[in-house]
Design a protein around this ligand. Structure first.
Ligand SMILES: Nc1nc2c(ncn2[C@@H]2O[C@H](COP(=O)(O)OP(=O)(O)OP(=O)(O)O)[C@@H](O)[C@H]2O)c(=O)[nH]1
Ligand SMILES: [Mg+2]
Length: 340
């Protein structure tokens, strides 16, 4: 079943793609088998993370960008765009936020855009791993760009941003969003900063605040710091002829399609930068290592949980709470007997 679905998804069937995404999202055995089969076909898609505080206009921007990348340009074919909205606080489809042209295209069955919402709750094997599986499906099915929208600035968003080659952090004037984002360290992961709702008052202040933060954050090889674990794997990349990427700060008004071309082109320019600087492969490797570690951890934990005799955990907790054993003694007790 999964092999057949995967073949049909590769062949361009939207129904097969949709079913496959569901199998993967639900963490089923068929989903896993399909991913095994699809994996050799992955590795080409440009993964773009879009994160920021609630209501800053991420979904509106994603829709506008999807539309922009579909336009034929003198220098390239229309690009195929997959979208994954992780735990959207406002539903993606059916809302007024969907650009009319994009929606019409969807209705007309444009195989070049596919939008998928995903609930974060109850995802098996961790949100980042599940999202990664969905991205692999889009990638194998030939989507050139996969945009991943996440809300907020917590660890989950940072983990998901690590999946991306290019991370957009979306801010809006006022509301102190910039301060929140800075607090959470989300700026560290930004490759492109977007000030959306630039039609609102206070845009200059937000821009100044972001520029100042960037200057503080920037000296030296901060591109290297971006996607986390890289530094533990290899030495910082020496500045190459491709130079160091300094995250641009761009203004947009998603509701009026303003600034979308500049944003779209900045995303594509970032890809070229990563490739020229050798960072595309370095990020890929760092991401694979991070994902592999997470998956091994989940697998071992699952095995440990499965073999645990009834009541053993409760008994150990009683002993811990009663100060009869220490936490490390509890770990030793609970893992002895060749769990792995
Ligand atoms: N004035 C103005 N309003 C905008 C702009 N972009 C989006 N909006 C409006 O802001 C509201 C939120 O937009 P969304 O695109 O849903 O924002 P979001 O960041 O995806 O929201 P969540 O996914 O719920 O966090 C909607 O009512 C949009 O119409 C903009 O550039 N200017
Ligand atoms: Mg949204």
């Amino acid at each position: 079943l999964s092999r057949e679905l995967a073949e049909r998804a590769l062949g361009g069937s939207r129904l097969a793609l949709s079913r496959l995404l569901t199998l993967v999202e639900n963490g089923t055995a068929e989903g896993r088998a399909a991913l095994d089969w699809l994996y050799p076909h992955t590795g080409r898609a440009h993964r773009i993370g879009v994160t920021g505080a609630p209501g800053t206009g991420k979904s509106s921007l994603v829709n506008q960008m999807a539309h922009y990348f579909r336009l034929p340009r003198p220098d390239r074919q229309p690009l195929r765009v997959g979208v994954i909205a992780v735990d959207p606080s406002s539903p993606f489809s059916g809302g007024a936020i969907l650009g009319d042209r994009v929606r019409m295209r969807e209705l007309a069955g444009d195989p070049g855009v596919f939008i998928r919402s995903m609930a974060s709750r109850g995802s098996l094997g961790g949100l980042a791993a599940t999202t990664s599986g969905l991205v692999q499906v889009f990638d194998a099915a030939g989507f050139d760009l996969v945009m991943i929208e996440t809300v907020g600035a917590g660890q989950a968003e940072v983990d998901i941003a690590r999946l991306a080659h290019t991370t957009l952090v979306v801010e809006a004037p006022g509301l102190g969003d910039d301060i929140q984002a800075i607090k959470a360290g989300i700026l560290e992961i930004a490759d492109i900063l977007v000030i959306n709702k630039a039609d609102r008052p206070g845009v200059e202040n937000t821009e100044r605040a972001l520029q100042n933060m960037l200057q503080l954050a920037h000296p030296g090889p901060r591109t290297f710091l971006h996607h986390g674990r890289l530094e533990q794997v290899e030495a910082p990349p020496a500045p190459t002829s491709a130079g160091i990427w300094i995250p641009p700060v761009l203004r947009t008004v998603a509701t009026e399609s303003a600034g979308i071309e500049e944003l779209g082109e900045a995303i594509l320019r970032h890809r070229r930068h990563l490739e020229a600087a050798g960072e595309w492969d370095a990020r890929e490797r760092a991401r694979l290592q991070a994902e592999l570690e997470i998956m091994v951890r989940e697998t071992l934990f699952g095995r440990w949980e499965a073999q645990l005799a009834n009541g053993r955990l409760a008994a150990a907790l009683d002993d811990l709470a009663g100060r009869r054993i220490s936490p490390w003694q509890a770990v030793t007790q609970l893992t002895e007997g060749g769990v792995l």
